[in-house]
Design a protein around this ligand. Structure first.
Ligand code: SF4
Length: 167
């Protein structure tokens, strides 16, 4: 005899979200893209401290980033227009030490939970900016800053490790 299934048990209801079940390399393109929280912080110009070798984040953004929205203004063509723009890969998500601690790729690569403001958890792509993690309204474009002045725009965000919200 076979036990009759409990009608109150919805199949799959206890299943963890895809980013906790599927290896980075096995995700579909849309799943992979959705790991990005849209903060825009990987689009900020970083400087290297000549004495310590430390990476310093500035509040100066790539020429393609819209400072008001925190979004890339030409996402489809970003690699052609900005030679230094990096395609995120599983290997880079694991290795790049300058990614912000809140970066969705970095968190999932480390097996850490996504914060409650992440679009995959709250469903709101603007929340990342509302909680102060995203760069919208907080940065200037490199179009408006001379290279010699970049040091004036260094922030300490990479080091403080606490960007609102939390898991
Ligand atoms: S830092 Fe990470 S989460 Fe933020 S925009 Fe870049 S890839 Fe996306």
């Amino acid at each position: 005899m076979t036990r009759v299934a409990d009608p109150n048990q919805v199949e799959g209801a206890e299943t963890a979200p895809f980013y906790e079940r599927i290896a980075l390399e096995a995700m579909s393109p849309s799943q992979w893209e959705s790991l990005c929280d849209g903060c825009g912080r990987c689009c900020l110009i970083r400087l290297e401290d000549d004495e310590t070798g430390a990476t310093l984040e500035t509040c100066v953004a790539c020429k393609l980033l819209d400072p008001a929205t925190g979004r890339c203004s030409d996402y489809a063509n970003r690699f052609a227009r900005v030679p230094g723009c990096l395609q995120m890969t599983p290997e880079r998500a694991r290795r790049l030490s300058w990614l912000p601690e809140t970066c969705g790729y970095r968190l999932v690569a480390r097996g850490e939970p996504l914060p409650d403001w992440h679009p995959l958890r709250c469903g709101d792509p603007d929340r990342v900016h509302e909680v102060g993690v995203g760069v919208a309204g907080q940065v200037v474009s490199e179009r408006d800053v001379h290279d010699d002045d970049l040091e004036l725009f260094v922030t300490d965000r990479l080091d403080d490790g606490d960007f609102g919200g939390g898991a």
